[in-house]
Design a protein around this ligand. Structure first.
Ligand code: GCB
Length: 602
């Protein structure tokens, strides 16, 4: 249970981004040596938010395996005396332990979801405090995503089965914030409409906190919850009392693709007429539903156009950058994309907030990528076994699903959960692994469809996991990894496979199709890696999609070129971008723009 830090009439934040002291700790000495207890012995300072990997010119930083330490001091505002003080990290990749002064305050597993600790007892308002964070990038068979560290004569080497560089560090903002001891802890909103009336169901959590002087520690009377819903102009639309309730919105302005209309739900925790805590939750009133092979938003058939993306930038790595967010969304709008998938992990919450406001539609994915040992040459070992990915991994995966849903369920932009990308899905072990995870997702959020992304190695008739999906999501590379350079044969084979899937009667989104393209490489005949081939490849795919009614979406792999591990099929990274890594269009961008800007939803 967690609310994103926010400034309100009762809350105050202090942003801790900037330069932090930084040290590598490949030998894992820091904890025992008490690095948190004194000034970190280093002359390095690195930036937060950013991956640390590309911030120096040193291979030992770029290729580091194991823990690193970040440390800085911060002045705790004098005005926070008597307040509850919380340290909040938007993410730490892939796990972290945090100390405030000498006290260990929190540990967290998983690199892309937030965590926080009540640090009131460890800080003195008006005084500085030292904050130390040990961040560990190691991937194992017990982490999501999984990986394995190989000890070599030249030190540890991290192996993993996904196609993007294992960037790590503090990728998003770190905050200190203050609330009243009595505070709101959580809110869930679900929305719907009938005719011109919208409704907003809300459920609010709170804690009364230890009250000053109250002998029973309860602070006397329980506080009450009051809520006010306002429209985008600030006009009051509805009010409510109590921790749960339904608000009615007459003449509702629905949130819809391309129309990111948001109401503001103000939550107040009130005792004896005093507002102890106030929090603002934006609300888009909309519905999502699968009906046969149609994907309905607000009961209207929706056709997804767009991309699989990455959080990936020169220098910053996976560090969040507001400027790049604005620019990427500008390019999405320029090209006529109405959606993207947060491949292959949960993105910064700023991305989701902005997508809400721009009316962009998101497929929201966990970091469960690379649960497929066979794909990267490990054919000797089964993916799911007591020695590889096992029940313990599944618990970590389940927790990743719960944390993703807890973080993102109030975002109208999210219309579909993807619980994994391209796992092994042909065996009974895969079926047994995934069945309960779909239950976890549906229990966490009964209001949205759930799926996973199927890989070409598990075609129709062989995949044992797609039976659990509301929507079939397929990554296919006909004309690239198979039928390379032969788009005519690729077209036949692709159409045949898609028609098999269409027989399931579920909506199909093609979540990846793409061709590596070296910008500036040209040919008159269809030659892989040229800009002309990427155009021809996309045209072929689009002909196939347009012949099959069950296809309700096309998301090209990838929005932009991105960094990978070194490999003989990667030239300075993955080059399937429609934009280069520095966001210049390849020829295919104009092809997509012509197609998508002409398309009407449905
Ligand atoms: C895939 C993966 C994606 C890769 C892509 C490729 O199927 O989902 O992570 O980058 O193929 O380019 O090979």
């Amino acid at each position: 249970m967690m609310l994103r830090p926010q400034d309100t009439s009762t809350r105050e934040r202090k942003n801790l981004d900037g330069l932090w002291r930084f040290a590598l700790d490949g030998d894992r000495r820091g904890r025992d040596a008490g690095w948190f207890a004194r000034r970190l012995d280093t002359d390095r300072e690195l930036a937060v938010p950013a991956s640390y990997n590309d911030l120096t010119a040193e291979a030992e930083v770029h290729d580091h395996v194991g823990p690193v330490w970040y440390q800085r001091e911060v002045w705790v505002p004098a005005g926070w005396a008597g307040r509850r003080v919380v340290l909040h990290l938007e993410s730490a990749t892939h796990r972290a332990t945090v100390w405030v002064g000498d006290a260990e305050v929190v540990s967290h597993e998983g690199g892309y979801t937030p965590f926080e600790a009540d640090v009131t007892a460890h800080v003195t308002p008006g005084q500085p405090v030292r904050i130390s964070v040990e961040v560990d990038n190691t991937l194992t068979f017990r982490s999501i995503p999984p990986g394995e560290v190989e000890q070599t004569a030249h030190g540890p080497r991290q192996r993993y089965w996904h196609d993007f560089f294992n960037y790590a560090g503090l990728h998003r903002s770190v905050w200190l914030y203050a609330t009243d001891p009595a505070h709101l802890t959580d809110v869930t909103v679900t929305t719907g409409f009938a005719g011109t009336d919208g409704h907003v169901d809300y459920r609010v959590g709170w804690e009364s906190g230890p009250a000053d002087g109250a002998p029973d520690g309860t602070g006397g009377a329980d506080p009450d919850v009051a809520v006010v819903l306002r429209d985008a102009d600030g006009a009051e639309v509805a009010t409510g009392r109590g921790a749960t309730g339904r608000l009615t919105v007459p003449d509702v302005h629905l949130w819809a693709p391309g129309d990111g209309y948001l109401y503001d739900l103000e939550l107040q925790l009130v005792r004896d007429g005093t507002v102890l805590d106030s929090y603002h939750q934006s609300v888009g009133v909309r519905t999502v539903r699968v009906d046969g092979a149609r994907f309905l938003i607000n009961e209207q058939p929706f056709y997804f156009t767009g991309f699989g993306k990455h959080e990936d930038l020169a220098v910053l790595g996976k560090g969040h950058s507001p400027a790049h967010l604005v620019h990427d969304v500008a390019l999405l709008e320029w090209i006529g994309a109405n959606s993207f998938r947060t491949s292959h992990y949960p993105y910064s919450e700023d991305v989701l907030d902005y997508a809400d406001r721009r009316g962009l539609v998101l497929i929201d994915e966990t970091a469960a990528v690379g649960l497929n040992l066979g794909m990267f040459g490990r054919r000797d070992q089964p993916t799911f076994s007591p020695d590889t990915i096992d029940d313990q991994t599944r618990e970590v995966h389940a927790q990743a699903i719960r944390e993703l849903v807890a973080r993102d369920r109030n975002h109208p932009c999210v219309v579909l959960w993807s619980i994994a990308n391209e796992p092994e899905s042909r065996t009974a072990e895969a079926e047994a692994y995934f069945r309960p995870l779909f239950d976890v997702a549906r229990e966490a959020d009964p209001t949205r469809p759930v799926g996973f992304v199927n890989v070409g190695l598990a075609p129709h008739g062989q995949c044992r996991v797609s039976q659990f999906c509301d929507v079939i999501m397929l990554n296919r590379y006909y004309g690239w990894y198979s039928y390379t350079g032969d788009l005519a044969a690729a077209e036949d084979a692709w159409e045949a496979e898609l028609r098999d899937w269409a027989g399931e009667g579920k909506p199909i989104i093609v979540t990846e199709y793409g061709a590596d393209t070296y910008p500036g490489l040209h040919a008159t005949t269809p030659t892989p890696w040229t800009e002309e081939y990427q155009v021809a490849y996309l045209d072929m795919n689009h002909r196939v999609f347009d012949r099959i009614a069950e296809v309700v979406g096309e998301q090209v792999w990838n929005f932009a070129d991105f960094a990978t591990t070194p490999g003989i099929i990667r030239v300075g990274g993955n080059k399937k971008g429609v934009f280069t890594r520095d966001r210049q269009p390849k020829a295919a961008a104009h092809t997509l723009r012509a197609r998508w800007r002409g398309r009407v939803a449905g």
